[in-house]
Design a protein around this ligand. Sequence first.
Ligand code: SF4
Ligand code: SF4
Length: 604
Amino acid sequence: MRTPIFWILFLTFVGAFAAQVARRVQLIAAAPNTFSLQDLPFRVRRFVVDVIFQVQTIRERPLAGTMHALVFWGFVAFGLYTTVEFLHGLGIVDLRHTAWFDVYRVLLAPFAVAVLIGIGYLLFRRAFLRPVALGSHVSMESIVIALFISTLMMTFLLTFPLAEDTVAGRVNWWVHVLVILAFLALIPASKHFHLVLSPITVFLKSPELGNLPNLDFEKEQVGLETVKDLGSKSVLDAFTCVECGRCQVNCPAWGAGKALNPKTIVLQTQEALLAGARDKKLGEVYSEEVLWQCTTCGACENQCPVGIEHLPILIGSRRGLVSNGDAPDYLGSMYNNLERRSNIWGLGYDQRSKFVQSAGLETFDAAKHDVLVWLGCAGSFDADFQKSLRSLFDILRARRVSFGVLAKERCNGDPAKRTGNEYMFQELATSNIDDLKTAAPKKILTSCPHCVKTIGSDYRKFGYEVEVVHSSVFVDELTRDVRSASGQRSTVTFHDPCYLGRYGGHVDEPRALIARFGGDIKEPERNRDNPYCCGAGGGLLFADKEEEPGSRISDVRFKQLRATGAGTVVTACPFCSIMLKGAQASAQADVQFVDLMTFVKDRL
Ligand code: SF4
Ligand code: SF4
């Protein structure tokens, strides 16, 4: 009798599971294909590290992450046990009375205890500790799932004292399999669907943080306008979110009290997809205001333990808005500057020429110079940053590195790309690539992390590859044998730029330089590869600071830096420097700023 009843239950619950999964698979299949398997070895490595060893999950939240890992490893260990029990229940084959199964069952016991400890802690955390990232509301779904998992483990452990042919043993077996079936029917519509999807999502996540493939204008691509434009990876992501809130608590916009919350973006995507709102404008799904609040710092994607990519949605939607002429006014002025003068401030190129002349810079010649120094918009026009570049030139001359600059430079296009003006970005990028190909440098050196990312990484999508190095990395290597001339030491703090620390992973080189040249670093809250953004990225350098909702991101970061008690802030990006000095002026705080190159040069 057991077998037919079990078959009916099995087909009912598996059918419920399959129907819900099919709905989601349909939505993924209907979306434009954005899946890629490029760089397979990297993907396999990340799968092993982040899925099998759960490194990403544990890294930021060691205790909760370890408890989650115990549950995950337990699930994997129990996979075969569940299969054997179901094969038996369905009357297909009984493998339970074999020698290997007896050994396997005994080996599973410690896993069951580990899962009980893990799930117990996670339930306690959700119900009583209630971290802000999980939201104020304790969902019934989470409690039910936690109770299901606990029941599964306890009924497994009870198979040791309870003989299977007793009433208690049979009841125990039925409770175990029924909970599995109920669990199966429940998960596709819950955040626990990540159990199934996250290994796939992590594997399919782009190896490049903030990956924004070029739009193909010949195919009339204009960016994301409505729900049906969302790419297949974004649709998959929407069903994978585990609502852990790591993206939220690491988002500088959310941290400064703005409406943008990357977790909400993912959940709103899911809601719109399941509601079948294919033609709904993305500006209405998320609100346009929110879409323009992202600094593109990359913290959300970088922290997400299940491989979700937020920037293709955020920047893709900006592209859609820009193509319809719906960019905010401050961007309109910046675009005008880029269009008329090829730089973000719209200044005349005679100013750059004056700087080039006064700094004694030669035009780059591949036969004569070791490196091409890319000045960038800030280096070409910002007097403050030009002081830092002069320091870099002094260091290069002192260490006998020959260098030159391009006769003419345009903006690399980063502000256009990150604000969704892809057409303008491609115009700037292709013109710059033509000039760079003519100059043919083997290595480009720049003090701007945004130039490193754009020229070194985004230009590759046009087939142009060159080594682009940030000055902190280059000068660190160049001065390994040098120590501070004065021998004096001072306490400083260092602000990691997002595009250097998080995107580039260069967190040790600036610190090594500071330490060698007499600085003792007091680390601020949020540092190294998870810094708190200065608020300039994604075109927000140009936003009207008076009209910003919530606090200014730069003010929040400045407070964190000031809280270290160090009187000097070392910076390594022209835009961080502008934003943080603005915050310092508002706070009227007695804090010194020094660019990393000047810090080194003054002590060389
Ligand atoms: S990229 Fe940065 S600012 Fe934008 S949503 Fe993600 S965390 Fe927030
Ligand atoms: S997007 Fe990722 S980090 Fe954000 S809540 Fe979802 S799972 Fe967590």
